[in-house]
Design a protein around this ligand. Structure first.
Ligand SMILES: [Fe+2]
Length: 340
């Protein structure tokens, strides 16, 4: 989801001494989000705090590499990514620092932030099953575990095993069911695929709309973004789809986060923490999440009309940090199971 290339940011100010940058009251935000609504949000922080936001956009791996190569002189104050796996990678790479904020601790649910405060989730996406309303949901399907059963042969369309969403999802299965059961499950998924894994979540939704499978595995926001697309054919696809939130009678539906942390070498640490606090405020939450059809993480912010239309659901409370820790094993299990 990171289509923009690295922006040129070789301005003199960027390389000015830290003290001078602090005087200028500029916060350097390295973001792999690319939504126009985010800009409105950043302007809101500037109005409130007087701190201007300098936005550096690229994909998460590029941003991480850039922070590492800039080293102690990095102007980066805050890193924002669109999944917990990449936040965990940034933490492992040592580029994030611990933050202790009473506001964040009070407002962000515990399972959506690093227990040590290296990063915080600011919006949630659920990994759900989407199906064609006209065909309905095949009988007996209520859990992720069911997707591996022989009666759903040829019905499942999903991304490749190497994709970070597949890895996070399988890591959640691993946490719930253990290695042996998860490998058997992954074999069942591989056996039930309607086609070899290809493309992103939107491609899985389109495949089901085109009859190439019955059950698309996708994050919720891809459907939300199709529903508000400028293109009539996208809206028509979204209109045909219904959503199953799996595992509602037990641990809940697997969720992932878009989140942020303060960079270890942040020249403006105080402003960086103030910015994270601001992102957890009720008005900022609604805008931040809605920019990508995601769920806010705080109880007092409303999801978009589209998400409200999908209904309430129970979230798996597994900590995003645990998902990050189990991810390497999850990938090995999927590969052993023949999930391409
Ligand atoms: Fe995505």
């Amino acid at each position: 989801m990171n289509r923009r290339s690295l922006l040129a940011t070789t301005t003199a100010a960027l390389f000015a001494p830290a003290a001078l940058r602090a005087q200028e009251r500029v916060l350097s935000l390295y973001s792999s989000r690319h939504y126009d609504t985010d800009r409105e949000l950043y302007d809101g922080f500037t109005r409130q705090s007087g701190v201007r936001i300098r936005l550096i956009e690229a994909n998460a791996d590029q941003l991480l590499e850039r922070i590492r190569s800039e080293g102690a002189n990095s102007p980066a104050d805050v890193l924002i990514t669109v999944d917990a796996g990449r936040l965990a990678r940034a933490q492992e790479a040592g580029v994030l620092q611990r933050v202790s904020s009473p506001t964040l601790d009070a407002r962000i649910p515990a399972h959506l932030r690093d227990p040590e405060g290296h990063w915080f989730g600011f919006s949630v996406r659920a990994r759900v099953v989407m199906y064609d309303k006209a065909l309905g949901l095949p009988a007996g399907l209520t859990r992720y575990e069911d997707l591996a059963k022989p009666e759903y042969r040829g019905m499942v369309t999903t991304r490749s095993s190497g994709n970070i969403y597949s890895i996070g999802w399988t890591a959640s299965m691993l946490a719930a069911n253990g290695a042996e059961a998860t490998e058997a499950w992954a074999r069942g998924i591989a056996a039930n695929l309607s086609r070899p894994p290809a493309g992103g979540d939107t491609d899985q939704i389109r495949a089901v709309a085109a009859g190439q499978g019955r059950l698309a595995i996708s994050n919720t926001y891809y459907l939300g973004n199709l529903a508000r697309s400028q293109r009539a054919e996208d809206r028509a696809v979204a209109e045909r789809m219904a959503v199953l939130f799996p595992n509602q009678a037990d641990r809940g539906t697997h969720v992932n986060i878009s989140g942020a942390g303060v960079v270890r070498t942040a020249p403006n640490r105080e402003a960086a923490v103030a910015f994270l606090d601001y992102l957890s405020s009720q008005p900022a939450q609604a805008v931040f999440a809605d920019g990508n059809s995601e769920y806010p993480v705080v109880a007092d912010a409303q999801p978009s009309a589209f998400l409200r239309g999908l209904g309430n659901f129970r979230q798996d409370q597994l900590n995003a940090a645990r998902i990050g820790a189990l991810s390497p094993e999850a990938l090995r299990i999927m590969q052993r199971a023949g999930w391409r």
